[in-house]
Design a protein around this ligand. Sequence first.
Ligand SMILES: [Mg+2]
Ligand SMILES: [Zn+2]
Length: 197
Amino acid sequence: MFEKRRPGAVLFDRDGTLIRDVPYNGDPRLVEPMPGATEALCRLRRADVPVAVVTNQSGVAKGLVTPDEMDQVNARVEELLGPFDAWAICVHDDTDGCTCRKPAPGLVIRAAAVLDVSPRDCVVVGDIGRDMEAARAAGARGILVPTMDTLPEEIEEAPEVADDLTDVVERVLNDVGEAPVPAAAAPWARAMGWSRW
Ligand SMILES: [Mg+2]
Ligand SMILES: [Zn+2]
């Protein structure tokens, strides 16, 4: 048996994980929570586990979503799902070479820093391989919740797979599943100065 230990924080991907994925959505009216999202977040908040969002929003870099539209969508997410303790958002695109766009670990490291917890004590929940790679690179525990858009190889390569967000909370609060992977990227992250974010 593992020692029962609550995580320092649970960091959720936004699109396809907390809310239905509407590509490059700038319309708050189209925000629709994923099944079980509200209950899952309630249970974590009740257990005093900080919850955050770590999200790639390349629509901003592409000019398909304005920063204001993105803010409105995020405000709607909080209206429907309740307040988050931190938001870490990457508004860049693949070609920008930033350190935050998943699969890079920047968003996970930034959210953990804001919440004053170690990335190693964080759980990252997402629907695609990029989320799991970011988790692994930051030394966090990754849990994949596949949707119809998740590729078979992403499921195969995931460190841990949950049926849905209810299953995620069961795993996180009851410590079911695997122990967190060692933080291979942590010294590198410090060298890059991310710990100051
Ligand atoms: Mg997603
Ligand atoms: Zn970025």
